[in-house]
Design a protein around this ligand. Structure first.
Ligand code: SF4
Length: 371
């Protein structure tokens, strides 16, 4: 299949792995963060880390949209979903994210009308089919999914669908990366840049990483050879004593992003002054809310929400996993009290979450064998 098979060629993979090994300086340890949960998933699905020398360590970043939703936002969603007049819609993964008193799936089991949708347009269609009910879409995701929410809100406004509204939890990628780079307990040598987000924002917003922090960034695709080539490009920059943003995913990512998508987002959203991230705390200007022009479609203004900050369960170490400080299997409840079937933390919910990826691809058993 075009754009798939040629990026999964085992011979080329082995050649790239050999090149990475030859670039790695003897006695030096390299820590490379893959920002995006999609990369984490690819790395464990294809065993990419098994091809790397021991001196090259991959560290998981905060780029899984489900993983960063704090418990308080889940509680806000559940409070709206419990209202008898509401049909509450969200993506499938989101339904399983634990709040302080259970998940949206638990709320559904208790009688709330919670429905899974594949896109915000599905939610808008449900609103048109049920004019006597209030239909709320719980929007999550980085800049990757924000344009589709923006376009849907634009359509709802243009078509005058009064019973449709949105809880906006969209977040932006640059502020958490800056927060990570400011963190004293994390030493990184480079970043595998988020390919999906970059299709919208482009590669340019990541220029602050080499400029202000002296670290290389390579925007990467998601096939095994994409990820391997990106690691090779990062090590090549380090060997050459260069430090810049490079775009390995040029077949999809324009350096300046998708201007039309950015335009639509700018019309529909505005930056929140601050937003809480699971495990990372409050980060200023790191999330979006609906702009004044779209205030009438903002579910947080239409309904009462608790808006209360809820601390993560004591056993949960998602914050350390999201910051790359520990590996998933180092969390005390990994694979025992916390599994994909019964997650305690968000990183075990979505297939893009580092804990779920480790668990689903048998890493727990492997790490135990090694130990
Ligand atoms: S194992 Fe569960 S609680 Fe621990 S970090 Fe992973 S998702 Fe969070």
């Amino acid at each position: 299949m075009r754009f798939v098979d040629e990026f999964r060629d085992p011979e080329l993979g082995r050649a790239l792995a050999a090149e990475i090994a030859s670039l790695a300086e003897p006695g030096r340890h390299y820590k490379v963060m893959e920002v995006c949960g999609g990369h984490t998933h690819s790395i464990y699905k294809y065993g990419i880390d098994d091809l790397l020398p021991d001196s090259v360590e991959l560290v998981h970043g905060p780029g899984c949209p489900v993983c960063v939703i704090p418990m308080g936002r889940v509680d806000d969603g559940i409070a709206i979903a419990r209202r008898p007049e509401v049909i509450f819609t969200c993506f499938g993964d989101m339904m399983r994210v634990p709040g302080s008193e259970g998940s949206l799936l638990d709320a559904k089991a208790a009688g709330a009308d919670v429905r899974m949708v594949y896109s915000p347009l599905d939610a808008l269609r449900i609103a048109k089919q049920n004019p006597e009910r209030e239909v709320v879409f719980f929007a999550i995701g980085f800049e990757t999914t924000a344009p589709s929410t923006a376009l849907t809100l634009g359509r709802a406004k243009a078509e005058g669908v009064p019973n449709f509204s949105c809880v906006c939890n969209h977040v932006t990628i640059v502020p958490p990366l800056r927060a990570l780079l400011e963190s004293p307990d994390l030493r990184l040598d480079g970043f595998i840049g988020p390919g999906h987000v970059s299709t919208v924002v482009g590669a340019r917003p990541f220029e602050f990483i080499p400029a202000d922090y002296g670290k290389p960034v390579v925007i990467s695709g998601f096939e095994p050879l994409d990820v391997l080539q990106s690691i090779q490009m990062i090590l090549q920059q380090l060997v050459d004593d260069r430090c810049q943003v490079e775009n390995q995913y040029r077949r999809v990512v324009p350096y300046d992003g998708n201007l039309r998508a950015l335009e639509v987002m700018a019309e529909v959203f505005q930056l929140r002054p601050h937003f809480e991230w699971r495990g990372l705390g409050f980060i200023s200007q790191s999330a979006l809310r609906l702009s004044e022009a779209y205030a009438d479609l903002d579910a947080e203004r239409r309904f009462d929400v608790p808006g209360v900050r809820v601390a993560d369960p004591k056993a949960c170490q998602c914050g350390e996993v999201l910051k790359g400080v520990i590996k998933p299997w180092e969390c005390k409840v990994f694979g025992t009290a916390c599994t994909p079937e019964r997650p305690i933390g968000t990183c075990m919910v979505s297939p893009e979450g580092a804990c779920a990826a480790y668990y689903n691809y048998g890493r727990l058993a492997r790490e135990r064998e090694v130990v």
